[in-house]
Design a protein around this ligand. Structure first.
Ligand SMILES: CC(C)[C@H](C(=O)O)[C@@H](O)C(=O)O
Ligand code: SF4
Length: 467
């Protein structure tokens, strides 16, 4: 048998039918659903009298539009948001899928809830009408976003029509230096490959620096595979993965656990397997990074300066000019001189317990800068509960942070958590596009520790000066 990559193995295990042109019908193990991309899909089923094919494999949770303030039980003010959340509520109940409504402590961002509840397991195919489904690849699952018409297809058939992507390997060798996190790895990779570098590929992340990461860190890395243009990101499951999964509510138990483990242990790239593209970074070379522009590839070590547009090639010159204008920055300005007025810690990139611990380690006993608006939005109700139990919430509140309920929040500003015009935010999320966090708001993507540091000093800060 010819050697296979991890992606090849998961793909082959899920092909139900292959057409002559290579288009395949893939079996889908888990279908995650949120309120933004599912209403028309459910409506499509309803109108044609169809049912959800596998409600036991379908998991629904509202996250994008939900208010994160403590008074959220009083309802959603914005009509469009309310309609989407109400539609999910109605659809989830009517079609009998697993459902975590806003009133459930387990509610949160779909990509945090899935793994937390043990829905995401190694070797699975996982889809969701959301680009950051790549997050689940951290478990060695083939996980990617789909469009609304595909959501309907998966709801109705539990399959998806797909063409296979190419194999790409991103290897991070050696150890990370102090202050460098999974967020810095994933941004540094995009800095290296560009936002189109992964187009047409599924990336497998590997190397010592990746194996050393916790599951939380691995999820952060895979979460941003999509920002690098890839179809999905993957990390081979290992003892860290099994330990995270074991005992979760929907993880296999007893003899089923043993059988699952036997299959999971076959999920690695064979020694002689060939990748179509390989990128290698040295862990020691990666520094704490920050984005200066309006694309995740506009990333530099925090010790750098805002680049000169002329230092880019071709079409990127104009893009960089526009980005500097939008961001209100001057070429040559030190990144650490950039003043910040808002800090957002949360999202499916960095809203897990480990992210909150990293922020708390910096904030303990400190106060945020006068006039700073700072909020921590845990990725799920359970992350929030755990942070309270560990005393992290007290650290945040004493430092001057708002301590919110779970949701996507200011990651994309579909709820009232928004930047106002010209406001500048250090954010732990994954997209710094124009207007992403609010009309004319400005976003600098950073790790949770760097976001916490910026909240204290009032400007982008090298975390290594504070540890
Ligand atoms: C709303 C949703 C479709 C979107 C996505 O697909 O990623 C959102 O989650 C985002 O992060 O921009
Ligand atoms: S937290 Fe942000 S990136 Fe993640 S699903 Fe929500 S809006 Fe998308």
């Amino acid at each position: 048998m010819s050697p296979k990559t991890l992606y090849d193995k998961i793909w082959d295990a899920h092909v139900a039918h292959e057409a002559e042109d290579g288009t395949c019908l893939l079996y889908i193990d888990r279908h995650l659903v949120h309120e933004v991309t599912s209403p028309q899909a459910f409506e499509g089923l309803r109108m044609t009298g169809r049912k959800v094919r596998a409600p036991e494999k379908t998991i629904a949770v509202p996250d994008h539009n939900v208010p994160t303030t403590l008074d959220r039980a009083k309802g959603i003010e914005n009509e469009e948001s309310r309609i989407q959340v109400d539609a999910l509520d109605k659809n989830a109940r009517e079609f009998g899928v697993h459902y975590y409504p806003v009133s459930d402590v387990r509610q949160g961002i779909v990509h945090i809830v899935g793994p937390e509840q043990g829905w995401t397991l190694p070797g699975m195919t996982v889809v969701c009408g959301d680009s950051h489904t790549a997050t689940h690849g951290a478990f060695g699952a083939l996980a990617h976003g789909i469009g609304t018409s595909e959501v309907e297809h998966v709801l109705a058939t539990q399959t998806l029509i797909q063409k296979k992507s190419k194999n790409m390997k991103v290897e991070i060798t050696g150890k990370l230096m102090p202050g460098v996190t999974a967020k810095d790895i994933t941004l540094a990779v995009i800095g290296e490959t560009g936002t189109a570098g992964g187009t047409g590929y599924v990336i497998e992340y590997c190397g010592e620096a990746i194996s050393d990461l916790s599951m939380e860190g691995r999820m952060t890395v895979c979460n941003m595979a999509i920002e690098g243009g890839a179809r999905a990101g993957l990390i081979a499951p290992d003892e860290t993965t099994y330990a995270y999964v074991k005992g979760r509510p929907h993880a296999p138990k007893g003899a089923q656990w043993e059988a699952a483990l036997n299959w999971w242990k076959t999920l690695y790239t064979d020694e002689d397997a060939v990748f179509d593209k390989v990128v290698t970074l040295k862990g020691e070379d990666i520094q704490p990074v920050v984005t200066w522009g309006t694309s995740p590839e506009d990333v530099l070590p925090i010790t750098g300066v805002v680049p000169h547009p002329e230092s880019f090639k071709g079409g990127k010159v104009d893009a960089a000019k526009r980005a500097l204008e939008y961001m209100g920055l001057t070429a040559g300005q030190k990144l650490t001189d950039i003043q910040i007025d808002t800090v957002f810690i949360g999202s499916c990139t960095n809203g897990r317990i480990e992210d909150l611990r990293a922020a708390a380690a910096i904030l303990k006993g400190k106060k945020i800068k006068d006039g700073m608006r700072a909020m921590i939005v845990p990725g799920s109700g359970l992350v929030r509960a755990q942070a309270e139990e560990e005393g992290l919430a007290d650290i945040f509140k004493e430092a001057g942070f708002e301590w919110r309920l779970a949701g996507c929040s200011m990651c994309l500003a579909m709820n009232p958590d928004q930047l106002s015009e010209g406001e500048r935010c250090a954010a732990t999320s994954n997209r710094n596009f124009e207007g992403r966090q609010g009309y004319k708001g400005r976003t600098h993507l950073v790790s949770p520790a760097m976001a916490a540091a910026a909240a204290i000093t009032g400007h982008l800060t090298d975390i290594r000066d504070m540890i």
